[in-house]
Design a protein around this ligand. Structure first.
Ligand SMILES: [Zn+2]
Length: 237
């Protein structure tokens, strides 16, 4: 299981994660570059083959329209409601889905899973219904599986995600205030049974107080054997 090819992951700050697949394709989860205080200055893509969006908040999709128009990804995945909105803004190749469903994305098996969060879609001064917030379980053709939780509170059904999908690595929010804090994230690692965790949604603003150091302490306190991989924005694993 450990030797299956996996993507190279690059944390672009906040919840924005770039996945370079073994075949060279680039998948971007939760595109937020412009105005993202953590995004490395002037960060640009040479190619972009797929975009996945966990929910409609600006810090998870602010750059979706611009990037999709510029790079013309083969597929843009989000809730049915977000996809309808993106389509109205001229984004092509949107493929909406909902919780529990899976679809093929560049040969990846992508499943939309639960997140305990909101998903209002800001459009000018209005907030539209953006469907439910979600996370994604992504399985590569060779079997390597990872989980991007999006924004969420801790929920005990993460144990089901472990049972069904056996993810090896999880991207988990730890910043607190809008999402889990480090203590909940440590429990999430236990529920998910992941070998590795990469913390996201921290350090972007002073209001996000959770830190990787705190997560490390909580993992130790619970006796959870899970390797903590702390990236700096722009850094890769
Ligand atoms: Zn967020």
């Amino acid at each position: 299981m450990n030797n299956h090819p996996r993507p190279k992951f690059t944390w672009i700050g906040h919840a924005t994660v770039r996945c370079d697949l073994p075949g060279g394709e680039v998948v971007l989860i939760d595109p937020w570059l412009q105005g993202n205080p953590s995004c490395p200055k002037g960060y640009e893509f040479d190619r972009l083959d797929a975009i996945l969006i966990t929910h409609a908040h600006f810090d998870h999709m602010a750059d979706a329209v611009d990037l999709a128009k510029k790079h013309k990804p083969k597929i843009v995945v989000a809730s049915f409601e977000i996809c309808q909105w993106l389509g109205g803004k001229g984004v092509e190749n949107c493929s909406g889905m909902n919780l529990g469903g899976s679809q093929d994305v560049l040969g990846l098996h992508v499943t939309m899973v639960r997140a305990d969060h909101s998903s209002g879609l800001s459009d000018g001064d209005d907030i539209l219904y953006g469907g439910l917030a979600s996370g994604y379980i992504v399985k590569l053709p060779g079997g390597y599986t990872f989980y991007h939780a999006g924004d969420t509170a801790l929920f005990s059904d993460m144990q089901l995600l472990c049972d069904i999908y056996r993810p090896e690595l999880a991207f988990l929010p730890i910043g607190d205030l809008f999402t889990m804090d480090p203590e909940q994230a440590a429990r999430a690692c236990r529920y998910l049974g992941v070998r590795q965790v990469i913390p996201i949604h921290w350090g972007t603003f002073p209001a996000l107080t959770g830190t990787p150091q705190a997560l490390e302490k909580e993992l130790a306190k619970l006796g959870v054997t899970c390797e903590l991989i702390t990236l700096t924005p722009g850094g890769s694993y």
